[in-house]
Design a binder for this molecule. Structure first.
Ligand code: PGA
Length: 251
């Protein structure tokens, strides 16, 4: 069964002490008022081992924002999927547009990362989405179809373990949000591609999150669309009131 999920992406924000404080505050808020959806927080690597023991794992999942495309060895500065999993984290964001554009992550690199994440029992939150010029040229469908190549080599069983996040790059951190109709159209298209590749049941069971300037004021309308199964939240995940406001869109 498809799940509704609200996942936070802290990006490169919060030092360790601030991150711990944010996780504690969120945990308190969600234990007092239980969410009606799965909640995940994806934090910088250095926070993971400290944050996993302080959140109630029945309410909040924890994830990394990236992992290496190699198993282990002489890759200075990299963090492997196995290392992420050893902190108690259960998720990892892969293919975020910031990783693709600033760090040159390609379809092939991301395919390796997804496989290593799955091999270490991490749930990838795999991001796809077009840039503004591509949207203006009405190429968004082509772009997401090409990006899905990284995960379309998986078996149906493994594909069933991943979460997708559609994030139009022009909406990330810009205050511009896709309209609920724009989100629904492309989410339905993404689901149709999954159905073509893996069959309708796998497609129906896949959670597809929307990301890009999602906030308490627009979350309800976006999540009300039949193919939008929640959100991947950047800026608004850094304040408990905002993040909880988005989580409460499922109430
Ligand atoms: P934003 O970021 O909510 O700040 O737009 C979303 C994301 O990049 O995951």
């Amino acid at each position: 069964m498809r799940k509704n999920i609200v996942a936070g992406n802290w990006k490169m924000n919060k030092n360790l002490q601030e991150g711990i404080a944010l996780a504690k505050e969120l945990n308190e808020a969600l234990t007092a008022d239980k969410p009606n959806c799965d909640v995940v927080i994806c934090t910088p690597f250095i926070h993971l081992a400290s944050v996993t023991p302080i959140v109630d794992s029945a309410i909040i999942g924890v994830g990394a924002e990236n992992c290496a495309d190699k198993v282990s060895g002489a890759y200075t500065g990299e963090v492997s999927a196995e290392m992420v999993a050893s902190t108690g984290a259960q998720y990892v964001i892969l293919g975020h547009s910031e990783r693709r554009s600033y760090y040159g992550e390609t379809v092939e690199i991301l395919e390796e990362k997804v496989k290593l994440a799955l091999a270490n029992n991490l749930t990838p939150i795999f991001c796809i989405g077009e840039v503004l010029e591509e949207r203006k040229a009405e190429k968004q469908n082509e772009v997401v179809a090409a990006q899905l190549a990284s995960v379309f080599t998986l078996s149906a069983e493994d594909f069933g373990k991943i979460i997708l996040a559609y994030e139009p790059v022009w909406a990330i951190g810009t205050g511009l949000t896709a309209t609920p109709e724009q989100a629904q159209d492309i989410h339905a298209y993404i689901r149709s591609l999954i159905a073509e590749k893996y069959g309708q049941e796998v497609a129906d069971n896949c959670s597809i999150l929307y990301g890009g300037s999602c906030k308490p004021s627009n979350a309800k309308e976006l999540f009300a669309k039949p193919d939008v199964d929640g959100g991947l939240i950047g800026g608004a995940a850094l304040k408990v009131a905002d993040f909880k406001g988005i989580i409460d869109a499922f109430k």
